[in-house]
Design a protein around this ligand. Structure first.
Ligand SMILES: [Fe+2]
Length: 275
């Protein structure tokens, strides 16, 4: 273990202490190499994993894009293989990060059929929750899709609703889908203003709605689309208090992933608060 690895692990420990948890899960991250607009190779993927560890994560759900402009880039078996390879590398190098399979699926009328064909990937491969991405520029009523998924007992997590143009201006419109109990995934860097003031304000407004919300990184790299989780946690803690920040950044993701019945060794059992 070299010095930089020591430093990375020390930073992880510090961040976990700061959040007041021993487990920290990123539910939305593009960390697999060579499948989408995330890391283009293993070196970049390892750099992103190092950044995630330094921010305190010890679990990350890999969510490469599926459908939309990335159609054909990754199918479910391909994602499972890449996740296995990345986990093997992390284990071989004693990096304290576990990768779970997942995907960010662009809204499409074929979603249900493609899930049944094992082309699309659910979060943690558990067939219980899908991370669904709306188009950025247009608003569409996704009720029919939500209903078809609900009929199959699949819940939807909406990826960064604050970045959809219509929802950024009228965030309360997500309540039109409230009967399907969607989870709102707000992006950490949105809350810091990375995508502009309208998106930032929408992010805060969405957190106030009576739906389950959580914050994830949607990180693609270590540069412009880096994790920024620690920074956003502090920002939210300052405005909404440490307790609410913990719910949004730590607890709601943990509850969801544990509800997915992930029973890996050392995961899903331990929930020791450090402060
Ligand atoms: Fe994403």
């Amino acid at each position: 273990m070299d010095l930089s690895q020591d430093k990375m692990i020390a930073q992880q420990r510090h961040a976990l202490m700061h959040y007041g948890t021993s487990l920290c899960v990123d539910m939305h991250c593009h960390c697999l190499p060579g499948v989408d607009d995330g890391p283009q190779d293993w070196v970049q993927a390892q750099a992103l994993c190092a950044a995630l560890i330094s921010e305190g994560f010890n679990v990350v759900v890999a969510t490469p894009h599926q459908l939309g402009r990335f159609e054909g880039c990754a199918d479910a078996p391909g994602i499972r293989l890449r996740v296995r390879e990345l986990n093997q590398w992390l284990t071989d190098n004693q990096w304290p990060l576990k990768v779970l399979p997942g995907a960010e699926i662009r809204v499409d009328e074929r979603v249900v059929e493609l899930l049944e064909q094992d082309y699309l990937m659910t979060l943690s491969d558990e067939n219980q929750v899908v991370l669904l991405e709306l188009p950025f520029d247009t608003f569409m009523d996704i009720s029919p899709l939500l209903e078809r998924l609900a009929n199959r007992h699949i819940r939807v997590m909406i990826a960064h609703p604050e970045r959809n143009r219509e929802l950024s201006m009228r965030p309360q419109r997500v309540m039109e889908w409230a009967q399907y109990n969607p989870v709102l995934q707000i992006t950490a860097s949105s809350l810091l203003g990375h995508f502009g003031g309208t998106v930032q304000n929408a992010g805060y407004a969405l957190l106030e709605l009576p739906l389950l919300s959580l914050v994830a990184t949607d990180a693609h790299n270590t540069d412009q689309r880096g994790p920024r989780f620690y920074e956003a946690f502090d920002w939210i803690a300052r405005f909404l208090g440490h307790h609410r920040a913990r719910q949004l950044f730590i607890e709601n993701s943990l509850d969801l992933i544990q509800a997915l019945a992930v029973q890996e060794e050392g995961f899903g059992k331990e929930r020791t608060d450090l402060k």
